[in-house]
Design a protein around this ligand. Structure first.
Ligand SMILES: Nc1ncnc2c1ncn2[C@@H]1O[C@H](COP(=O)(O)OP(=O)(O)O)[C@@H](O)[C@H]1O
Ligand SMILES: [Mg+2]
Length: 460
């Protein structure tokens, strides 16, 4: 469902996203721990200096100077405040905020000299530290100091928002990077696929362009090229065989034909004459087939170039009609040639003639007895000429139309009834396209069929 490219992009982005999130989580928590540790250390320092001052004052005068005590500050703390209790738990110095804090078990405070607790008082969070100390006259006091953790949370919030921006931005960047990396990585693969798509039986000499880097893609390309080479060789030897076989068959066929024709003239009994006629007709079909095969192998080998000369297309059509007259008469078919003007074009006379001979031959073959075939030559507006060959008859079904120009394709209905090889239209199409023209078939089933050839009227 997904292309490899999108899978790579997805995997890269997911892995990187996961790494970033884990990384952010670790940083967030270690920063938080470090900040709390620092806060607690500062709180302890504050408590120690405050305690020292209280001890001093109690030792000196047994009374406390609240103003002086309040002026004691600690670096790195905000909102620091304190309360003082005696051992009975009675408040000696009162703080309006800390009075709302809950006090831990007194035994705990008395056993450990520093006890730190986190509490929310109002809408602020505080770290509160209780420390027990004794004065010189053996009175025990409990000092409660506290600092707001707002600073720490502000810092953590900033970090959190930073991550909220960095993680999606990182993901987008990774997505883009993964896209460009995989695009670059797959470029040679796509190029090879594009070339491979265009390689067919006609251009098997083509090879895939290999990437310069000696990587897996290049190895795959080399393997494919070797495979194309093998197919090319197999095709070549097959074509060579067809060409040689057709060539070799032609001579004996001509000999047999001549011998049979002589024999036919010598024989008197009608039955034998009929048999020989049938044999001659089969030989004619066989000769046509071998000729078609030879033509097609020549068209396949790139040696076929057009033998271009100035050709009077009107005269060429008249010649074709003349040549096909005999077959037409056999089927009581009338050939009507309609020519607008004398038109001269640049073309390969022999090859073009074979195209029209085949179209007229088809028109006669595939129309019923006693019908008529029209051959029309006309000039088109855009410096082109059009030759249409029209016949009545069963026509070609729409499902056959896309295939009739394929080699060896014959429609099922006529396959067994009319002899032929299915090569005529394939040859016609190749020849017309070599002339940079086009050939089309239109058919109304049960009514008529029109084949039209459009050719550029070069220098006319
Ligand atoms: N004028 C036509 N009327 C009906 N069918 C036609 C006509 N011309 C061609 N076809 C169909 O196209 C197929 C291919 O024609 P072609 O290549 O000349 O081979 P072939 O004539 O040897 O059968 C024919 O077998 C036939 O089915
Ligand atoms: Mg034909």
């Amino acid at each position: 469902m997904f292309s490899i490219k999108s899978k790579i992009i997805l995997a890269y982005t997911l892995v990187f996203g996961l790494m970033l999130t884990v990384f952010a989580f670790i940083i967030y928590h270690s920063t938080k721990e470090a900040a709390f540790l620092k806060l607690n250390t500062n709180l302890k320092a504050y408590s120690i200096s405050l305690r020292a001052e209280i001890e001093d004052e109690l030792d000196d005068s047994a009374s406390l100077n609240l103003k002086r005590l309040s002026s004691i500050k600690s670096k790195g703390l905000i909102g620091e405040r304190f309360q003082l209790f005696n051992i009975q738990g009675n408040i000696i110095i009162y703080d309006s905020v800390l009075s709302k804090a809950s006090m831990p078990n007194m035994d705990k405070i008395l056993n450990e000299s520093y006890e730190i607790d986190r509490q929310k008082i109002g809408h602020r969070r505080y770290h509160i530290l209780w420390s027990k100390f004794e004065t010189e006259n053996d009175s025990v006091y409990i000092l409660e100091t506290a600092a707001s953790v707002k600073d720490v949370f502000d810092e953590l919030d900033r970090l959190f928002y930073l991550f909220i921006i960095i993680i999606p931005a990182g993901l987008i960047l990774t997505g883009f990077a993964a896209y460009f990396i995989s695009k670059a990585a797959f470029k040679p693969v796509n190029q090879m696929a594009e070339t491979a798509k265009n390689i067919s039986g006609v251009n098997l000499e083509q090879r895939l362009e290999l990437p310069r880097a000696k990587d897996e893609v290049r190895a795959l390309g080399e393997t494919l090229n070797e495979m194309i080479e093998r197919i090319d060789n197999a095709f070549r030897s097959q074509k060579r065989f067809v060409a040689n076989a057709s060539h070799e068959i032609r001579t004996p066929l001509t000999v047999i034909q001549t011998e049979l024709e002589i024999l036919e003239k010598r024989l008197n009994d009608n039955e034998s004459k009929e048999s020989i006629k049938n044999a001659l007709s089969e030989i004619e079909d066989l000769t046509k087939l071998t000729n078609s095969l030879l033509t097609i192998t020549k068209l396949d080998s790139s040696e076929t170039k057009l033998n271009i000369s100035r050709v009077r297309i009107d005269e060429l059509l008249a010649d074709c009609v003349q040549a096909m007259n005999q077959s037409a008469i056999k089927k009581n078919t009338q050939l009507n040639l309609s020519i607008e003007d004398a038109i001269e074009i640049n073309a390969d006379k022999e090859k073009l003639k074979s195209v029209f001979l085949n179209l007229i031959d088809n028109a006669i073959k595939y129309s019923p007895e006693c019908s008529s075939v029209s051959i029309i030559l006309e000039k088109l507006n855009d410096n082109k000429i059009k030759v249409s060959v029209e016949n009545t008859g069963t026509g070609i079904s729409p499902s056959d139309i896309p295939y009739i120009f394929n080699r060896f394709y014959r429609s099922n209905e006529i396959r067994s009834e009319v002899s032929g090889s299915g090569l005529g239209l394939a040859i016609a199409k190749e020849v017309v396209e070599l002339h940079r023209g086009e050939i089309k078939a239109e058919s109304k089933v049960g009514e008529k069929t029109i084949f039209s050839v459009i050719l550029p009227e070069i220098n006319a």
